[in-house]
Ligand binder design. Sequence first.
Ligand SMILES: NC(=O)c1ccc[n+]([C@@H]2O[C@H](COP(=O)([O-])OP(=O)(O)OC[C@H]3O[C@@H](n4cnc5c(N)ncnc54)[C@H](OP(=O)(O)O)[C@@H]3O)[C@@H](O)[C@H]2O)c1
Length: 224
Amino acid sequence: MIKELLNKLFGNKDVSPAMTQTETATHKENNTMTTYTIFGRGNMATAIAGILTKGGATVEHIGSADSASAKINGSVVILAVPYPAVDSIIAAHKDELAGKTVIDITNPLNFETFDSLVVPVGSSATAEIQAKLPQSRVLKAFNTNFAATLSTGKIGDITTTVLVAGDDADAKHALITDVNAGGLDALDAGSLKRVHELEAVGFLQLTLAGSEKISWTGGFGLVK
Ligand SMILES: NC(=O)c1ccc[n+]([C@@H]2O[C@H](COP(=O)([O-])OP(=O)(O)OC[C@H]3O[C@@H](n4cnc5c(N)ncnc54)[C@H](OP(=O)(O)O)[C@@H]3O)[C@@H](O)[C@H]2O)c1
């Protein structure tokens, strides 16, 4: 009963426990085969690449200039671009993205008002992307972390936690493992439905920093 409920909340497969420290160290040594392709070369792309390479993964970047023509070599693709840029990437690479894990990190803010998100009420950017990429495993991750807290691995005195959500338990587990290997905490926050809440948290955190109530090196931390 509890297991069924967890599977409903956390995706359509069994929930995998996080790796032990020893397993993480072994993973780091053996992880040179995992290649991530990151669209974007900005603040978040750089910070995320730092974590993944520290964990032993290989990372390649595709910038805006070669976005339409570049070949995707990675088995995992990270969309570290503004939300409005995502559609052009999907249009150019939909077939190539089939069968891959696609990680959406966007906060789909309405930059005209700074007062709402541009996705349909009750939905999420990630759900919109998953609908456009039905053959891909689309996850949300990193949107509740400011770039600086990914680079330093700290929010105040505590380790930065990356929240991950989506419907594919294996894809989530693989990303969580790679983030752990890079020295940060990561947590399965639930199924694709929970991304709505992750985007609300990211939005709130942005408004707090934008109004200078918190700094861009701060933000929400997680204490277990
Ligand atoms: N900054 C944060 O702390 C933070 C936190 C959470 C989530 N996010 C989200 O992360 C995403 C990236 O933010 P950021 O702060 O890293 O922005 P950024 O520093 O401005 O970088 C954006 C990058 O996207 C590239 N880009 C734009 N269109 C592209 C395309 N079609 N193909 C490939 N690259 C493209 C830009 O390249 P050019 O410079 O060549 O245009 C640039 O390298 C946004 O969706 C944001 O909402 C940011």
